[in-house]
Design a protein around this ligand. Structure first.
Ligand code: HPA
Length: 302
């Protein structure tokens, strides 16, 4: 039998060494030194097309990167500038339901941190649990409920590497309040306030959509929207001291009633994305334009 210690030399998934190797490879292959990272959710990849002087890397060409397997996710990393700010944008992300270990899903966050990213902006498509929400609303995520986390599925499980962050990171400030305020200010200027909400995002493992009983439970637990992404990335990003802002496009209303004939489906998620995507792009790019100096620093990180 091979003694366990002989595995120590193997590079662990999401380890400092693995992330450092990927970050160094990217730093060698691009001149861009991003301070802002953007993750595009289902149907929302067009945000990445706004980057000026883009340099594109397919996930399959980046050492240690997982590959995107979901329709509506381009599966590439774009470097460039957005309103003059150096950015890196993920066109497509990774999910638990694709079968990846959770540390692989969050590996890009650690890579971005090592490349110099200070602020992460994430988008996703989500089901609306809150009965006041309409399809096409955009919810600023003010907090989350990490259901896989309740069962021990958390990207920080395993040995902690202090070079990234502390063993027990605080999550009561997971979603940066100043960035939420900035989003509201920008939305008001752009005339977008009528479809903007603030709420709690519940993450599930997927890929099956929720049952009626599950939607009712999540709503009672305090969830306003439900989806299969973002939270793992936010946990890894916060652990590493990056500021996070996230928003959900409400692509469908969660079915809460046994008499309803509605059914959640992925096509609906993609279609809604196309309709609202343009406005979300303008919102995010205007926010990025206003991030500077102090605003791009996490004042709360220790
Ligand atoms: N449930 C889970 N994930 C989703 C949904 C949903 O209703 N809509 C978009 N992503």
């Amino acid at each position: 039998m091979v003694p366990i210690n002989s595995f120590n030399k193997l590079i662990e998934i999401g380890s400092y060494e693995e992330c450092r190797a990927t970050a160094d490879w990217l730093l060698e292959h691009t001149q861009v030194r991003p301070t802002v990272g953007i993750v595009c959710g289902s149907g929302l990849s067009a945000l990445g097309d706004m980057l000026k002087d883009p340099q594109v890397f397919k996930y399959c060409d980046i050492p240690n990167f997982p590959h995107s397997t979901v329709r509506g996710h381009a599966g590439q990393l774009v470097f460039g500038t957005l309103k003059g700010k150096p950015c890196v944008c993920m066109q497509g992300r990774f999910h638990l339901y694709e079968g990846y270990p959770i540390q692989k899903i969050t590996l890009p966050m650690r890579v971005f941190k090592l490349m110099g990213v200070k602020t992460m902006i994430m988008t996703n498509a989500a089901g609306g649990l809150n009965q006041d929400y309409k399809v096409g609303d955009v919810m600023i995520i003010k907090d989350h409920i990490n259901l896989p986390g309740f069962a021990g599925v958390n990207p920080l499980c395993g040995p902690n590497d202090d070079r990234f962050g502390v063993r027990f990171p605080c999550m009561s400030d997971a979603y940066d309040r100043e960035l939420q305020q900035l989003a509201h200010n920008v939305a008001a200027e752009l005339g977008f306030s009528n479809f903007l909400r603030d709420g709690v995002y519940c993450v599930l493992g997927g890929p099956s959509f929720e049952t009626i009983a599950e939607c009712r439970m999540l709503h009672r637990l305090g969830g306003d929207a439900v989806g299969m992404s973002t939270v793992h990335e936010v946990i890894a990003a916060r652990h590493a001291g990056m500021r996070c802002f996230a928003m959900s496009l409400i692509s469908n209303r969660s079915v809460m009633d046994y008499d309803s004939r509605e059914k959640a489906n992925h096509e609906e998620v993609l279609e809604t994305g196309q309709q609202r995507a343009k406005q979300m792009e303008v919102l995010v790019s205007t926010m990025v334009a206003r991030l500077d100096g102090d605003e791009n620093e996490d004042k709360n990180s220790s």
